[in-house]
Design a protein around this ligand. Structure first.
Ligand code: ZN
Length: 187
């Protein structure tokens, strides 16, 4: 049974998942499952799943990223020809058109480019308060993530942050960022 998932993959892979697994794309861009459509799912199972973070939609194009997370690395996709960086991963370089895409291992440092504190509606899979941040990595690309280990009212644009990989439940680890006071911000 598919759980609620979200996808980092390219458009083709996303549409494939929607077609194959009875998923749909909600107005926020997340790939969600429709209501239970068979008798094998109990109400208790659905309620338990709702308390877990959304599962990533892992495809051939994004597997390198999630394998990196399990090894404690933040891998950022890089075109082998023009060396442009991409996140989320893409299937093909939009600049030079090649499919030969590799990755670099980020040093896990950057600054907060933008952030928001989601308040409503409250979802059981998140612990409130929490901060969603767009982090500009020192390598030159940006990553949508969570800012942790700091009160929301202490977060600011330009704040230097560093990578920390957090286990949100026994089956899911996610890259997050926490303040790095020793680093120089851009403000
Ligand atoms: Zn390229």
């Amino acid at each position: 049974m598919a759980a609620v998932v979200w996808s980092l993959s390219g458009l083709q892979a996303t549409e494939h998942r929607i077609a194959q697994e009875g998923l749909y794309k909600c107005r926020n861009g997340f790939i969600c499952r429709t209501m239970p459509d068979d008798s094998t799912t109990t109400r208790g199972e659905d309620e338990k799943a709702a308390t877990l973070r959304p599962r990533p939609g892992i495809s051939r194009d994004t597997a390198f990223f999630w394998e990196g997370i399990t090894q404690g690395e933040l891998r950022i996709q890089r075109c082998q020809s023009c060396e442009r960086l991409f996140h989320p991963p893409v299937v093909r370089c939009p600049d030079c058109g090649i499919y030969d895409l590799g990755y670099l291992v980020s040093e896990g440092k950057g600054t907060i480019y933008s952030y928001v504190e989601p308040c409503h509606p409250k979802l059981p899979c998140f612990d409130y308060p929490y901060v969603v941040g767009l982090v500009e990595l020192t390598e030159g690309t940006r990553l949508l993530t969570n800012i942790v280990d700091v009160a929301p009212n202490q977060v600011s644009v330009g704040m230097p942050v560093e990578l920390v990989i957090r286990q949100t439940d026994p089956e899911l680890a996610l890259p997050m960022f926490r303040p790095a006071p020793g680093l120089q911000g851009r403000n």
